[in-house]
Design a protein around this ligand. Structure first.
Ligand code: ISJ
Length: 469
């Protein structure tokens, strides 16, 4: 590409290393302005640098969209068990302390290096297939970090001081392929004919009858007073008739669901990717925002009356209120002010409408975004109420491992700012299979076949991205 991004970044790296004290263990981070391109398409256009991570937030009324792409890894921090996020926070803090940021004047406002990754729904001693390569919590500090914000973008390159000489040629090769990817990503979207699962692809998994009987068991537990709400999840496995290209699937879901948070985390041969409408938490300094999102209707004919019925349904409103109350009770004590609208509005997506309560607050102190994730996750939107009993019900009754589905995916930086989305409307894609998931909130009055239909509607984004519907 003619922008000279590669030459520019390499020259900055050389200058930075000449300036530096060169202490072993130090990570040098250099940054240069980069072209603004759709983040998911940049991932799709760059096949060579792995693992990949992506976090692409939607434009919201008062905020600029933020696109983050990571290629490769300079470090990975992981945690397991109940302390998983404490472990991640402390390992990340050490890495941030060893990071030396070198910025020229034209990159003074570039958002700094950041970790991107996520966490599973619940902690496990060993994750079951297909989730074996996904730890309880796992975050990448990428070697290459593309950050786009407010019509500007930058590319960071992170190198360990002691590896500079030995890695120079591989860095140059990766940079050449990333430069080529910037050119390709700037072209108008083309629907590659090879993106999908192929003619005759099979889907196997939880049958309608099996899901309905799971819902009936949930209703029994609700009637017995054990729980008020629970969110069972069903899994399906797509067996393609040709090799799947996870990056192409990602580009497709990202284009089709631009109003959602698009994300991807690659571990080994598998990429967990999706388009989530639900924000778990976003923190900038002491300002936080989150979504109460629960209560769903499938879009269809007479859309306006479907919306009115959703807003008027006591059952959907109760299901929604349980989520909002729980979020407010977790965040209330941590906040100097918390704005929780009294009535929900509607969040409309191409496949479904949801009841939505956007919540904003001001923290008392500089609580790290990961501490907020720990406090909020899992919300009753993906587990139920009371939370511990609902989660225990899920562990005892759900037939398939949900892994990171209904966990959270996001990023955090050295200041403890970050954004996390609830990891839904997502699937786990590798060359030879794709696992899709969907859940539905069950409360008293839920109708099993209607809940099953709701899970089908929620799988639409992944099915479209896989070329199945
Ligand atoms: C569990 C899922 O979605 C959640 C459940 C919802 C509901 O039951 O109405 C709505 C939004 C999400 O919080 C899913 O998409 O798999």
């Amino acid at each position: 590409m003619s922008s000279g991004l590669g030459t520019d970044l390499l020259a900055r790296l050389s200058r930075a290393t000449r300036r530096g004290a060169g202490s072993a263990g130090e990570i040098v981070a250099v940054v240069a302005p980069a072209p603004v391109v759709p983040a998911a398409r940049l991932v799709a256009a760059c096949a060579s640098a792995t693992p990949i991570v992506l976090f692409q937030a939607p434009p919201r009324d008062d905020e600029e969209p933020l696109g983050i792409v990571g290629f490769g890894e300079i470090a990975r921090v992981e945690g397991s068990g109940p302390e998983r996020l404490v472990q991640v926070t402390s390992a990340a803090r050490k890495l941030f302390a060893s990071l030396r940021e070198e910025r020229d004047a034209d990159a003074g406002s570039a958002p700094g290096p950041r970790f991107v990754g996520g966490l599973s729904f619940r902690t496990e001693a060993h994750h079951e297939p297909p989730w074996t390569s996904f730890a309880d919590a796992s975050f990448s500090l990428p070697r290459w970090i593309y950050v786009a914000r407010a019509g500007e973008a930058w590319l960071w390159l992170l190198v360990r001081e002691e590896d500079l000489a030995s890695e120079r040629s591989s860095i140059e090769a990766e940079l050449a392929s990333i430069e080529a990817a910037f050119v390709a990503a700037a072209q108008p979207a083309q629907d590659a004919p090879s993106h999908g699962a192929g003619e005759g692809a099979k889907i196997e998994g939880t049958s309608r009858e099996a899901f309905c009987s799971l819902v009936r068991e949930a209703l029994d537990a609700i009637r017995a007073g054990e729980i008020d709400k629970v969110v069972p999840v069903a899994a399906s496995r797509v067996c393609p008739t040709r090799s799947l290209d996870a990056r192409a699937v990602l580009a497709r879901i990202a284009d089709a669901y631009a109003e959602t948070t698009r994300f991807a985390v690659q571990r080994g041969e598998r990429v967990f990717l999706g388009a989530s409408p639900e924000r778990l938490i976003s923190r900038r300094g002491r300002v936080l925002s989150t979504d109460g999102l629960a209560g769903t209707v499938r879009r269809g004919e007479g859309d306006a009356s479907l919306v009115r019925a959703l807003l008027a349904s006591p059952k959907e409103r109760r299901e929604h209120a349980l989520v909002v109350e729980s979020i407010a009770s977790v965040l209330g004590p941590r906040c100097a002010s918390l704005d929780v609208p009294e009535t929900p509005t509607i969040r409309s997506l191409p496949n479904v409408h949801h009841l939505w309560t956007p919540i904003r607050g001001a923290l008392h102190d500089d609580t790290h975004v990961l501490a907020l994730v720990e406090a909020l996750h899992p919300t009753p939107a993906v587990s139920g109420t009371p939370r511990d009993r609902a989660t225990a019900w899920i562990a005892a009754h759900e037939p398939d491992a949900r892994g990171w589905y209904t966990g959270a995916v996001g990023w955090f930086d050295a200041a403890g700012d970050g954004d996390f989305a609830v990891a839904i409307r997502a699937g786990l894609v590798s060359e030879d299979e794709a696992w899709l998931y969907a859940g539905a909130g069950i409360v008293e009055g839920s109708d099993p076949p209607a809940e099953y239909a709701e899970t089908r509607a929620k799988q639409a984004p992944m099915l479209v991205a896989l070329g199945i519907v």
